[in-house]
Design a binder for this molecule. Structure first.
Ligand SMILES: Cc1ncc(C[n+]2csc(CCOP(=O)(O)OP(=O)(O)O)c2C)c(N)n1
Length: 284
């Protein structure tokens, strides 16, 4: 049995009041609820305030380059598919620098969960607009307001038949915990997009702004494998912002396609030195 305490309680470098605290809280609660012990869990992150999250959890973690969260997470899952692998990223990290990796991870469908702290700003580098910043939002750099269209990550993920697509809110820990439990349990790539107010640099999308808009969709409002219905719902943004599971698409996961992984995780296979040397000799 695992408990929230097993995941530790560390001092953080986040600003007081940051939405990240509640995401950490929800994640610990979800992992404990699933009975996952820290040794069974691997967190992978890139760079950013969101990317620091694994450093505040007592479990295995790998901290890589900005935007490169998904490739090492996928590689780790293929090396030891018995691990519960979570990739943690900010909106800049996952949708900007790492946007290309997101698209290809969706195609490959490894059994990992992507947890995106979407504060609609680059937090660590002090408040430049990100791919999800609203048009017209004034930032320290975009003095006349953002010109570009924001990315809709939920619509993007559904359009590419991502295996599990959901949205939570850092202002509702209970709901986010439930979402994370379902996402981690789901076999296949699970996107958990979390609306996460940045209290220091995003003065537009505040806790109050979100709390006045978000509402929870009920599971079963429409069949969750109905891509067109899910897509319609994903376009809802403004006065009302839906939270919950948008789309579930059961499809083969990356690990299942590799014969060699059926015997045992790669890390338990004996090195086949002779065979490898033979292959190398063949190229000489
Ligand atoms: C390739 C690369 N580009 C830019 C940077 C500079 N950089 C570090 S963190 C960051 C922004 C992080 O924003 P986000 O991913 O949204 O996470 P947050 O800090 O808001 O949680 C940037 C631009 C970098 N380290 N590497």
């Amino acid at each position: 049995m695992a408990s929230v305490e097993d995941y530790g309680d560390y001092e953080t470098a986040w600003c007081p009041g940051c939405g990240d605290f509640n995401i950490l809280k929800a994640l610990k609660a979800a992992l404990a609820n699933l009975g996952k012990s820290p040794s069974e869990v691997l967190m992978v992150s890139g760079i950013g305030q969101a990317g620091k999250l694994p450093q505040y959890l007592n479990c295995n973690f790998f901290n890589g380059l900005h935007g490169r969260t998904l490739p090492p997470a996928t590689a780790a899952k293929l090396s030891n598919h018995e691990l519960t692998v979570l990739a943690v990223a900010g909106d800049g990290d996952c949708y900007g620098e790492g946007g290309n990796h997101l698209i290809h991870a969706i195609r490959r469908n490894p059994d990992i969960t992507i947890l995106v702290h979407d504060n609609q700003i680059y937090g660590l580098t002090k408040g430049q607009a990100s791919p999800t910043s609203e048009r017209g939002m004034v930032s320290k750099i975009q003095r006349e307001g953002v010109f570009n269209n924001p990315l809709n990550p939920i619509a993007l993920a559904i359009s590419q038949e991502c295996s599990f697509v959901s949205r939570g809110y850092a202002g509702d820990v209970q709901h986010l915990t439930e979402l994370l439990i379902k996402a981690i349990r789901h076999r296949g790539l699970s996107l958990v997009e979390v609306l996460q107010p940045c209290v220091t640099f995003n003065k537009l999308n505040t806790f109050k702004w979100y709390s006045n808009r978000v509402y929870k969709m009920e599971d079963g409002e429409y069949p969750l494998d109905d891509r067109v219905k899910a897509f319609e719902r994903s376009l809802e943004w403004g006065d009302r912002i839906p939270l919950g599971i948008f789309y579930v698409n059961e499809r083969p996961v990356l690990e299942d396609n590799h014969e060699v992984l059926k015997e045992a995780p790669l890390i338990r296979h004996k090195p086949q030195t002779e065979k490898v040397n033979g292959l190398i000799d063949g190229f000489m």
